[in-house]
Design a protein around this ligand. Sequence first.
Ligand code: GUN
Ligand code: ZN
Length: 434
Amino acid sequence: MNQSVKAYRAAILHSIADPAVVGVEQSYEYFEDGVLVIDNGQVAKVGPAEQVLATLNGVEVIEYSNALITPGFIDTHIHYPQSGMIASYGEQLLDWLNTYTFPTEQQFSDKAHASDVAGIFLKELLRNGTTTALVFGSVHKQSVDAFFEACESLNLRMIAGKVLMDRNAPDYLTDTPESGYADSKELIQRWHGKGRLHYAVTPRFAPTSTPEQLALAGKLYQEFPDLYMHTHLSENLKEIEWVKALFPERSGYLDVYDHYQLIGPRSVFAHGVHLCDDECQRLAETGSAVAFCPTSNLFLGSGLFDLNKMEQHKVRVGLGTDVGAGTSFSQLQSLNEAYKIMQLQGKKLDPFKSFYLATLGGANALYLDDKIGNFSTGKDADFVVLDYNSTPLMSYRMQQAKSFEEKLFALTMLGDDRSVKETFAAGVSVHRRG
Ligand code: GUN
Ligand code: ZN
């Protein structure tokens, strides 16, 4: 018997395609009594218990009752330095940045502080069942070293980058086109492709970079294979007016990034709340992705994201929490708010589409769907065990459910960190609820 093989038995759900493309029924596999077999940190097999158990030949089987095993959640936009300022009162984007965000990010010039916060942040992600995230650091390169060191010790698949910002921000938080380029390059050489880590070139957003900095960021993004580009786009109406004033020669916000060669595969734009059809078209044809950040869009009063429009244009969409503008690390809570955002627009969000967004859809947005996002054989064994009895109300609600679809929907409405019983990264338990 191979000692590295382990099997996990519970209800199991994973997405296999986008419901918007194949229809809901063809978009997932569900085993009411399923077994997930892990070998050497990768998925070896998934299927109904009655079939899989017979093939196991003495392998240890860990059983969970009243539980659902799913792939780990994928957060396509979050800021780790903002963990300590989550839930700061009363501002919309631009005032919020000046009042809360910039002073908070100043503290990350201190590597020891950055390491402390990176530890708190990763613990919080794993408590919420998120195993991969696309993460903003601060402008300080040591913030990214601290983050990747913490990820490496847990063997997590994570993407992060140093913020590039050389204008319209306090002096204590700015770099220069040249220093931003050199520091990013050093970090790429140190971390990109090391274990399960990936680097993202990270201009904060168009207003805080000069044309010279955006040009060098574009050069860097094109220079190394498989690099990510991570920024913000069309989140807030005042922000959009500001971008028009700063870049009058460009036809719109996305065109600024386009002009500086910052769009393409593995470019991820947070928000995209106020995009026109042409911009959606351009995102789709360049293979770029948008991170839908429901709790943040509501908290900052930014607007209502149009998921259906993205689907019509075939834009890749992932789900983001955008902490600290977002109000929860939980992808389940993000889906709760996403559903309400759709309702406010007279639209629906099917629970299997929600589930896709938080798992395989995120992997697709990040071009990691060959490695994570579902239980196809050979993928990383990043998975979570969700508890149907996490609270008295959840337990009572689940007892009333007449179908799995009803259970899944209630889980996305009522679920949060308490729903996550255990989280595994590359087959190793990295969080177990006490
Ligand atoms: N736009 C530029 N910076 C930020 C940020 O830190 N958070 C959000 N939500 N939007 C931004
Ligand atoms: Zn953000």
